[in-house]
Design a protein around this ligand. Sequence first.
Ligand SMILES: Cc1cc2nc3c(=O)[nH]c(=O)nc-3n(C[C@H](O)[C@H](O)[C@H](O)COP(=O)(O)O)c2cc1C
Length: 371
Amino acid sequence: MTSVLFSPLNIGPIRVPNRIAIAPMCQYSANDGCATDWHLQLAMNYGMSGAGTVILEATGVTREGRISHGCLGLYSDACEYALARVLHAARAVALPGTKFGIQIGHAGRKASTHVNWMGSGPLGAHESPWRTVAPSPLPYGDNWHVPAEMDDREISATIGAFAQATRRAVRLGFDIIEVHAAHGYLIHEFHSPISNKRTDQWGGDAEKRLRFPLAVADAVRAETPSHIALGARITGTDYVEGGLTVEDAVRFASEFRKRDYGYVCVSSGNIYLGGRPASGPGFNVPNAARVRKEAGIVTRTAGLIAEPLQAEDIVATRGVDQIAIARAQIDDPRWGWRAAEKLGVKLELPPQARRVSVGQWPGAKLVRPQA
Ligand SMILES: Cc1cc2nc3c(=O)[nH]c(=O)nc-3n(C[C@H](O)[C@H](O)[C@H](O)COP(=O)(O)O)c2cc1C
């Protein structure tokens, strides 16, 4: 069988060996923004997973822009050194052609929260909370921190922090830099009319609400050499009356294309507490396909994509270029190997692993537990 899932894809200046990406996933395991041994093993496993694209978790461009005390950052030399170790080790074991990216972002009004296994709610008074900021002083949900409305000085400092973090990501040698503009974090907060009630140049109609997101896009672009692919994670819908729709996503994606970004990843939801993504296999696929068709940019999507045949169908017939897996990757760190096996594709594995891979050693089936 010829597999589209396992065919290469050009994303801006780079070529990835297949259409499987590992979606960014916060690990809540950093130490003052610095990657730890947890990230080391994780990135090495990601590199060996068979996914052609690996995007490391949401990484704060400032200390205050982290979601929790445990989130990664790229705001200090220490953060940069710690990530260098992780990336170096991951590249050393990665399957041929694997490309590594990092997602940079600012948590806005969703900053200063507990790590997710403690519930992800806002930090209490004795848990070293910090001041949160947003386009408007509206909390994410009941009993959440009320963010300070950002003034012009804070807005331009934050755009500068995106530029500075980009310089660090470039220095680190990532192949891809992804701007996090979804999931109710700062860039999405400026974009969405649900969270942006400003009446100055940074809010109001769609054009003004896009000013901050596009200023960030420009700042990141300006710091990125042409051999690195740029991308953005955007929202396909806010799932709420008066919120962002797929038409907004098409417009946003077109702006990224004009700025020579290589791709967008269409996700959805989380602009307010309770504004959860819909469930159902591949629930973001229709919006992603629409964005790809109308904005003409390489498009990835994620959201309940867990089965190899489902993934193959999405890239082969549903009008999306690349899929990302998150929870399925946690569940099976060699998801890409299993997918290759299922689709009859021979992955190029490290020699140390070949004897347990079905198709590469006849006895392998006998040592594998049958699902
Ligand atoms: C533990 C965990 C952490 C996540 N962290 C991030 C993140 O850092 N950035 C992001 O854009 N999405 C994040 N997400 C969302 C995933 O990237 C993905 O879009 C979502 O889980 C849906 O995909 P899935 O059904 O394959 O899990 C996270 C999801 C999980 C489960």
